[in-house]
Design a protein around this ligand. Structure first.
Ligand code: RB5
Length: 150
C-alpha cells in the first residue's frame, strides 16, 4: 500500500503531522503539496491526489484543508474516487469497512494533529468488508458512470 497526500494552507498543520506518522511507520508516500502557509486553491491538491489514487489501485489518499469539505468535493469529481470527510474514529473506520473509501479528508481547523494522525492510522489499517456493501458501492459507481437505474 502507498499513500498520496496533499493539502491546502488550511490543512498544512495536520498534513505535516501525518507525514511524520507515515515516516515513523515506514509507509511509502508521495506529498503533492502545498508546502507553505501561503494561500492556495484546494481543488488543485484535491485533484492531484485523486488522480494518483484513481490511476493506482494500490494507493490510498489523504487530503487536508480547513474543513476537509472543499478538498473532498474536488476529489470526488475524479472518476473512481470515494473521498470521505472524517472527524472522528468511528467515521474513519466505517468509511473503509462500508464505503470502501479510497481517500480520507480532514480539516485542520476542525481537528487537532493528534486526532488527524489517529484517523489516518485507522483509515489505512481498516479493510473493506465487501458482502452487501459491494452492491452499494457498485451503485455509487453506476451513478458516476451514468448507468444507474431505479
Ligand atoms: C481556505 O480558506 C478554506 O476555504 C479551505 O481550506 C477549505 O476549508 C474549504 O473547504
Amino acid at each position: 500500500m502507498k499513500v498520496a497526500i496533499g493539502c491546502d494552507h488550511g490543512g498544512l498543520n495536520i498534513k505535516n503531522a501525518i507525514i511524520e506518522y507515515l515516516k515513523e511507520n515506514g509507509i511509502e508516500f508521495t506529498d503533492f503539496g502545498c508546502y507553505t502557509e501561503e494561500s492556495v486553491d484546494y481543488p488543485i491538491y484535491g485533484y492531484k491526489v485523486a488522480k494518483e489514487v484513481s490511476d493506482n489501485s494500490d494507493t490510498l489518499g489523504v487530503l487536508c484543508c480547513g474543513t476537509g469539505i472543499g478538498i473532498s468535493m474536488s476529489a470526488n469529481k475524479v472518476k473512481g474516487i470515494r473521498a470521505a470527510v472524517c472527524t472522528n474514529e468511528f467515521m474513519a473506520e466505517m468509511t473503509r469497512r462500508h464505503n470502501n473509501s479510497n481517500i480520507i479528508c480532514m480539516g485542520g481547523r476542525i481537528i487537532d494533529e493528534a486526532m488527524a494522525v489517529k484517523l489516518t492510522d485507522i483509515f489505512l489499517n481498516t479493510e473493506f468488508e465487501g458482502d452487501r456493501h459491494t452492491k452499494r458501492v457498485d451503485m455509487i459507481t453506476a451513478i458516476e458512470e451514468g448507468t444507474f437505474e431505479l
